[in-house]
Write a protein that binds this ligand. Structure first.
Ligand code: FES
Length: 143
């Protein structure tokens, strides 16, 4: 490959359509030898709930993982209180095994079954970061 054909990893990822928080998450994750990623406690992003990638959020109990966040549909209305978002990596051993468990109404890390309320407060164990959710039309914003 000629030198002028080479592009940086950042340029390549931007050509794939990644930008903002998503781009930073990939660059941060790729720059580490260790697969452990510390949960983000800052930043904000929005998603369009009408996009198929977020179809799981149409049903109560559904959840998606985006960047360092897990977002769940916790009730059937269409207000900010019908969704919850916390850091997706467990504060115990930083595993990416967080799910939303509809039956308990809480997030659960499946590795050692630590539970987290929708605020991120630990249910008898360490707490994690809870994010603010707001909604306008089909735009859900996590901050
Ligand atoms: S890594 Fe999540 S409970 Fe242990």
């Amino acid at each position: 490959m000629k030198k002028e054909d080479a592009i940086s990893r950042k340029e390549f990822l931007m050509k794939l359509g990644l930008s903002g928080t998503a781009l930073m998450a990939v660059l941060t994750a790729c720059s580490s030898e260790d697969s452990t990623v510390v949960p983000s406690t800052s930043g904000s992003f929005s998603i369009n709930l009408s996009e198929s990638a977020y179809a799981a959020l149409a049903s109560v109990g559904g959840y998606v993982k985006i960047d360092n966040v897990i977002i769940a549909r916790i009730s059937s209305g269409n207000t900010s209180s019908d969704y919850a978002a916390i850091a997706r990596l467990c504060p115990h051993e930083k595993k990416d095994k967080m799910i939303y468990e509809k039956s308990s109404g809480e997030f659960r890390c499946t590795d050692h079954n630590w539970y987290f309320k929708t605020s991120g407060k630990g249910d008898g164990n360490a707490s994690t970061t809870g994010f603010t959710v707001s909604i306008s039309g089909t735009t859900l914003t996590i901050s």
